[in-house]
Design a protein around this ligand. Structure first.
Ligand code: ADP
Length: 582
């Protein structure tokens, strides 16, 4: 047992500083009971408490040297400084241990020297194990902590996730309500637009009625005037009025067409038609006036194009008339060719190119695009020199587009121009009936089938014009200003045919026609009507309307009418209609 106070102090101090050595010491004391142990720590370079060991200086030096060379040596010495033994303890990280038991105690100890040796080893292993255990516990603690943290993280994440979900739900709800609000607004706007469009379309229809009605009278009466006894000068004036009225009517039609196109109301009316017939007609329209100024008009038809075609023949004619009219206007000599060529045969028909070629003034390159815009002409002097409004090509372009094509122009100033468009043509399945009501055809020569006609028309001027035209055909004419008057007339007088205006105050033409058909179906009521009681077939009723729209035509037939006539009432058209309706 060491009693030296200095040694004890140093030892205690060192032990206190080093937890691990303390633990080791405790373990060793437990393993070697009764062995007086002291532990001296050396830091690897200096024997801290060397003096207290009372070593001889040379011995101490040696020990120090070996300690320097072999860090990690443990040596056991007796209390008087005699060495018991030494051993390596690398596990203690290079710190040297000097265990100093009492030699006598050690020898007399029942365990003996070997036991001390083993005890030291065991203590070291136990310490190591304890350390490992402590390490393991720390790991477990760390793992626990990590788990806790991790759990918290998961919990946090989950909470965040729920929060986000809530937010998303709220956002979706807001979005939904916004969308439904916007949808409602859009629906409302749509309904408003539809209403505006309907008003526009009604306005167009009314305009067309209002404009055509007086034109009807001007043209009709001028025709009547021209048939009276006139001086040469008066005849010329009448002729001028007739021509001006016709060009005004065609201008009105152009403007109405354009308005309809822009309102998206212009629809094609496909029916079977005879294409060469149309081309021949268009060429014939211009042949005489062209010849008069030294221009010849030709037309040619590619045999690969089917003659009987399914499409809107009237609109195709309108395009060709427009183009040929321009060619005529801007050509002083040479020729005008109206041609159609097959580009490609398709399953249903062909792809065909129509061309109207002239040898006229031509169009400068810079203006070739602009002339297709409405109200645009090639140059400012055109109106003064040639007249026109700049609407024709704009309408042609839209019509061609409706037919699935595009219009283009090739031109050379001073040499001429070619306007061309390519459209698909579908071959007609059924043979085409040449329209029987079409102008002064052969039917015009046939005598009308009726002898007495009831003319139902609210416009006094039109009433007068139509009744004069009819009287001149040797027909008896009764007059009524609306549907109510018409029914009253039919009650008291016998008529073979009714010319029924559609738009009238009090009772319109469609209602009146339906009433007539109802009366015809009721034998008791029928007996009261002079015009109906003795008939074997229904009374013939022809509608008169300013609207050339398809729905108007359909409405006429649906009400029970047998025919349909658009204003202005032209003599030939009227007679043709009267003879056609059997
Ligand atoms: P408008 O003939 O009523 O003026 P268009 O739209 O039919 O209106 O034509 C627009 C312009 O294009 C014409 O004013 C004319 O300057 C030019 N144009 C059209 N066709 C021809 C042509 N065959 N030759 C020369 N110029 C033409």
């Amino acid at each position: 047992m060491m009693t030296d106070p200095t040694f004890d102090n140093v030892f205690d101090e060192l032990v206190a500083q080093n937890e691990r050595q303390q633990v080791f010491l405790r373990l060793l004391a437990g393993l070697l009971p009764g062995v007086g142990l002291r532990l001296l720590l050396v830091d690897g370079s200096t024997v801290v408490a060397g003096a207290a060991l009372a070593l001889r200086p040379e011995r101490e030096k040696k020990l120090l040297e070996s300690a320097r060379k072999r860090a990690g040596v443990v040596a056991l010495k007796d209390g008087k400084g005699g060495w018991l033994y030494a051993m390596e303890l690398a596990e203690l990280e290079g710190v040297l241990f000097f265990v100093l038991p009492n030699k006598a105690d050690l020898r007399s100890h029942p365990l003996g020297e070997a036991s001390v040796h083993n005890g030291v080893r065991l203590a070291l292993m136990m310490q190591e194990q304890e350390e490992l255990h402590a390490q393991k516990e720390q790991f477990v603690r760390q793992i626990g902590m990590l788990k806790q943290q991790h759990g918290k993280l998961i919990e946090d994440n989950y909470r965040q996730y729920r929060l986000n979900q809530e937010k998303d739900k709220e956002y979706a709800k807001r979005l939904e309500s916004e969308i439904s609000q916007q949808t409602a607004e859009l629906r409302e706007a749509n309904a408003r637009l539809a209403e505006i469009s309907r008003l526009k379309s009604d306005f167009l229809a009314n305009m067309s009625h209002e404009l055509r009605t007086p034109m009807n009278a001007i043209i009709g009466f001028t025709e009547l005037l021209a048939e009276t006894q006139l001086t040469g000068e008066q005849g010329e004036y009448a002729q001028t009025i007739r021509q001006s009225a016709s060009s005004l009517l065609s201008l009105i039609n152009d403007i109405l067409d354009l308005a309809k196109i822009e309102a998206g109301k212009l629809e094609l009316d496909p029916q079977p038609f005879d294409l060469p017939e149309i081309m021949k007609n268009v060429a014939a329209m211009f042949k005489i006036p062209a010849h008069a100024k030294g221009v010849e008009v030709f037309w040619s038809f590619d045999k690969r194009v089917p003659a009987q075609v399914w499409g809107d023949g009237n609109r195709l004619r309108q395009i060709l008339v427009n183009l040929a009219g321009n060619a005529m206007k801007f050509t002083e000599r040479g020729r005008i060719d109206i041609v159609v060529e097959c580009i490609k045969e398709t399953e249903q028909g062909v792809l065909a190119t129509f061309a109207v070629r002239d040898t006229g003034i031509g169009i400068p390159e810079a203006r070739r695009q602009a002339i297709f815009e409405k109200f645009t002409q090639a140059d400012g002097s055109t109106t003064r020199k040639y007249g026109g409004t700049g609407l024709g090509l704009a309408i042609c372009q839209q019509l061609v587009a409706l037919m699935g094509g595009e219009i283009a122009v090739e031109s050379e100033v001073g040499k001429g121009s070619t306007f061309l468009f390519t459209i698909p043509l579908v071959a007609a399945r059924e043979p085409v009936k040449i329209a029987e009501t079409d102008g002064a055809g052969k039917n015009a020569a046939a005598s009308p089938v009726a002898t007495s006609i009831l003319l139902v028309e609210d416009n006094i001027v039109n009433q007068k014009l139509a009744s004069i035209l009819l009287s001149r055909q040797g027909l008896q004419v009764g007059l009524a200003a609306d549907g109510v008057e018409a029914l009253a007339q039919l009650k008291t007088q016998e008529f073979d045919l009714v010319l029924m205006d559609v738009q009238m105050p009090n009772m319109d033409g469609l209602t009146a026609t339906r009433k007539i058909r109802e009366i015809e179906a009721d034998p008791a009521a029928r007996r009261e009507y002079a015009s109906l009681r003795n008939r074997e077939t229904p009374l013939r009723i022809i509608g008169l309307t300013a609207h050339a729209r398809r729905e108007d035509e359909q409405a006429c037939y649906e009400s029970g009418m047998n025919g349909f006539l658009t204003k202005p009432i032209v003599k030939d058209k009227l007679i043709a209609a009267l003879t056609a309706v059997q």
